[in-house]
Design a protein around this ligand. Structure first.
Ligand SMILES: [Zn+2]
Ligand SMILES: [Zn+2]
Length: 163
């Protein structure tokens, strides 16, 4: 087996597996990135994806965002989790008056999320880490939080009176 320079010039990663099972690989990327790519490929094969995934370490990382160092979520897939950081919004009405004794203000609540595999790359809504495609993280329809920023215990609401 032999990986030619020409083959490598046209690809970021070349893997050859011989009939005898010997593996030879060569890459224009770091070992960590290569391992990520291979994990991604293995996941997509297991999931039955018809299309091969592309590399996880992407343009977002190249653009200066930090890849998330969390290898795992604090809970298995499908578990409800919350963002550790509160999302603030203006709130008013009878519920606010009943709970806080004033007509309105800013209500901070954690995002309600579910642990899912990232279908694509996302920027974490809490810390701006890059969530790699396939990485377990917390998401809902509009938000994505990396493994560093989710918790299995719902943080308490906070309230600030309108100034
Ligand atoms: Zn993170
Ligand atoms: Zn984060």
């Amino acid at each position: 087996m032999d990986i030619t320079q020409h083959g490598l010039d046209r690809a970021d990663l070349v893997v050859l597996v011989g009939h005898d099972g010997l593996v030879e690989w060569s890459a224009n990327r770091s070992r960590v990135e290569v391992a990520d790519m291979l994990h991604d490929i293995a996941d997509s094969i297991e999931d039955g994806d018809p299309v091969m995934t592309t590399a996880t370490a992407s343009g977002l990382v190249a653009a200066g965002y930090q890849p998330c160092p969390a290898q795992d979520a604090p809970a298995p897939q499908g578990t409800p989790v919350w963002s550790a950081r509160l999302e603030w919004s203006l709130a008013s009405g009878t519920m606010i008056r009943a709970r806080y004794g004033v007509g309105g203000g800013e209500l901070g609540q954690p995002a309600t999320l579910t642990v899912r595999k990232a279908a694509s790359e996302y920027i974490c809504g809490g810390c701006r880490h890059v969530i790699a495609r396939g990485a377990p993280h917390g998401s809902n329809a509009g938000a994505h939080y990396c493994g560093c920023c989710i918790t299995t215990v719902r943080p308490a609401d906070q309230f600030k009176k309108a100034a």
